[in-house]
Design a protein around this ligand. Structure first.
Ligand SMILES: [Zn+2]
Ligand SMILES: [Zn+2]
Length: 351
């Protein structure tokens, strides 16, 4: 089969790799129909992650079951499924608590297992606990829904995790920091949770800014640091935001988040922190909380799925470009050069 393989900085190609096989009776093999390229894939592409040359890549994908192990009870061949960005067992203490991202038996694609999403087939461990059917009969969703279902595998639920961690309440003024797909998803999530006003910081790119503006946010502020803090305070009677979602992960964006947050509120963070050193004293005077981390995608997807199927949420809007599998290298260079917000790979489509 063909799959995207990381060979080194700026070098990802579509190679022929071995077909996956059922290794445990709880596995299923998925024929991938569509996959996303993520900001975290870009760190690998840029040589800023621990991923080693030769590794497969991609963790956002949907498709059809083509083979199921003998102990897979809830899925059958031809069922159309959503695959979260981490697989999980469904039985350990963390899975039972809904913190599926900490599953002690689970893992990440291309890390604990070789399999990864940007390719034709994937072996999925713990299929019953990991996979999600959009429809109980296993039917394939309409083409128009597929980008949104790929968005549910990671960015949309990660945006929701940020908004939930920030404790967004109906009527709140929410500040979202970032202009990537997760930040745009966090805006959608905050609105879905009933935010009264949303302010977005850091949208420098015209396409990204338009995408955010089209969501009906109150302000998109193309400023950073002190200027950003001042403008948020001006928009909030000097108080700051009721809930703040940090979607970048840099020290500056963390400090900005803590500065724009009103006293007694919480900063939700979902951008993987890179070199962030925060002194708790920064939070002490204002009684600020910070909460967040890896999103428990498997636990959060079902709650949003019904909203996507009902047409109440369109998280697929973050995919601004589509590519066949053969064009994965172009998709990465386009994302790297910010020519698109987020690429969708039509794995089943011939170039
Ligand atoms: Zn992702
Ligand atoms: Zn588990």
């Amino acid at each position: 089969m063909r799959a995207a393989v990381f060979h080194g900085i700026g070098d990802i190609s579509i190679d022929t790799v071995p077909d996956p096989v059922i290794e445990r009776s709880t596995d299923a093999i998925i024929s991938v129909e569509a996959a996303g390229v993520c900001g975290s894939d870009l760190w690998t592409y840029r040589g800023q992650s621990a991923v080693v040359p030769g590794a497969r890549i991609g963790h956002e994908f949907v498709g059809r079951v083509v083979e199921a192990g003998t102990d897979v009870c809830d899925f059958a061949v031809d069922d159309w499924v959503i695959v979260p960005f981490r697989y999980s067992c469904g039985e350990c203490t963390y899975c039972v608590r809904g913190l599926t991202c900490s599953c002690i038996n689970g893992g990440f694609w291309s890390r604990e297992v070789k399999a990864a999403g940007q390719g034709e087939y994937v072996r999925v461990p713990f299929a019953d606990a990991t996979l999600i059917k959009p429809y109980s009969g296993g039917e394939r969703p309409d083409d128009s829904l597929i980008p949104s279902l790929v968005a549910l595998t990671d960015v949309m639920v990660t945006g929701l995790h940020g908004a939930r961690s920030a404790q967004v309440c109906p009527g709140d003024t929410v500040t979202v920091i970032g202009d990537g797909a997760v930040a745009i998803s966090a805006v959608m999530a905050a609105q879905w949770m009933g935010a009264g006003r949303v302010i977005v910081l850091g949208s420098t790119h015209p396409v990204r800014r338009d995408l955010v503006a089209n969501l009906g946010v109150e302000a998109v502020l193309n400023v950073r640091g002190d200027e950003a803090v001042e403008q948020v305070r001006d928009l909030t009677d000097g108080l700051g935001s009721d809930a703040t979602v940090e979607c970048v992960g840099s020290e500056q964006s963390f400090l900005t988040a803590l500065s724009v947050a009103a006293a007694g509120t919480t900063v939700g963070y979902v951008g993987l922190p890179h070199g962030v050193a925060i002194d708790p004293a920064t939070m002490f005077a204002k009684n600020l909380g910070i909460a967040g981390g890896v999103c428990p995608a498997r636990a959060l997807i079902p709650g949003l799925l019904s909203e996507v199927l009902a047409g109440n949420l369109n998280p697929g809007a973050v995919f601004t470009s589509r590519y066949p599998l053969d064009a994965v290298p172009t998709a990465y260079s386009d994302l790297d050069q910010r020519k698109c917000v987020k690429p969708l790979i039509d794995v089943a489509r011939k170039g």
